[in-house]
Design a protein around this ligand. Structure first.
Ligand SMILES: [Zn+2]
Length: 285
């Protein structure tokens, strides 16, 4: 409340002699009084609230991208993550999400969605954020990888890297661009970019400290994989790629191994990264 505003209460009533003298001057005074009252009662204007974040930068404003998010499986809060991811990316990229959350919360599932060989046709890019480590059926896995190999762009997040890890075939790992079979403890890891010139990494900090998340141990980078950033193991001192791009057949693939915790999905750096990665995979960056 500013010093110009005076609230008239029963203890501090509008002075009677002035109130009775109704003329143009009083109209002005009463209007002024009402304005003061309204201003004093109104919540702070959004722009003046120190806690309000500015709207995120628009990364892509062209024709609306149709994004398919495949999620579900073990060990993560996929309902929250799907909401945070779709809302965060739609704020930054002109995109429309379809979310398929199937297969329950276990480590083994074969979702019927992939039975249609044209499952990805309506979409420009597919985000995989699922966690089914113990599904091993080669024919099932190839229903997914063959669609990507033919050119459907993809984004792969966190436990997608451990999905199908028990399978004998390498198709899924070749699609991801990395082989990982285990992770280290949760911690706040420093993420250091080493491909700052890559369009996905534009605006990425010199050093990003993650919310408490898991460090995935990368056993192998496949030949088409270009690592964009790394984190260092607190146990072994070994550097592991945590953000990368891959080319799988005709498809662009963008990946990150972070994304265990809800707090990671609340972090603007992470959501910006995923938004840029999605636009890049779709050829729109
Ligand atoms: Zn996890």
């Amino acid at each position: 409340m500013t010093n110009d505003c005076v609230i008239f209460t029963p203890k501090n009533p509008l002075p009677q002699p002035i109130a009775l003298r109704y003329n143009a001057f009083m109209t002005l005074k009463i209007t002024s009084f009402l304005t003061c009252l309204l201003l004093c009662l109104m919540p702070p204007v959004l722009g003046e609230d120190k806690n309000t974040q500015p709207a995120p930068e628009k990364i892509y404003n062209g024709k609306k991208l149709k994004v398919l998010l495949i999620t579900g499986g073990c060990c993560h809060n996929y309902i929250f993550q799907s909401t945070a991811l779709s809302q965060g990316i739609e704020e930054r990229v002109n995109a429309e999400f379809t979310v398929i959350n199937e297969g329950g919360k276990g480590t083994r599932a074969q979702i019927p969605f992939y039975n249609d060989p044209k499952w990805a046709d309506p979409y420009d890019v597919v985000i995989h954020n699922e966690c089914f480590a113990d599904t091993t059926d080669a024919e099932y896995i190839r229903k997914i990888t063959e669609v990507h190999k033919a050119g459907k762009p993809a984004v792969v997040i966190h436990c997608a890297m451990h999905t199908y890890r028990s399978a004998k075939i390498d198709d899924w790992r070749l699609f991801l661009g990395v082989t990982s079979r285990r992770h280290e403890h949760k911690s706040r890891y420093a993420v250091i970019p080493f491909a700052k010139e890559h369009p996905v990494m534009k605006g990425f900090p010199e050093k990003w400290i993650t919310p408490k998340d898991e460090l995935y141990v990368i056993d192998k980078l496949w030949p088409e994989t270009k690592p964009l950033a790394y984190s260092t193991s607190e146990r072994t001192g070994k550097k592991h790629a945590v953000i990368w791009t891959n080319t799988y057949g005709k498809a662009r693939v963008f990946g990150t191994t972070y994304g265990h915790a809800d707090d990671t999905f609340r972090d603007d750096v992470f959501i910006n990264l995923l938004a840029r990665g999605t636009a890049w995979a779709a050829g729109k960056l």
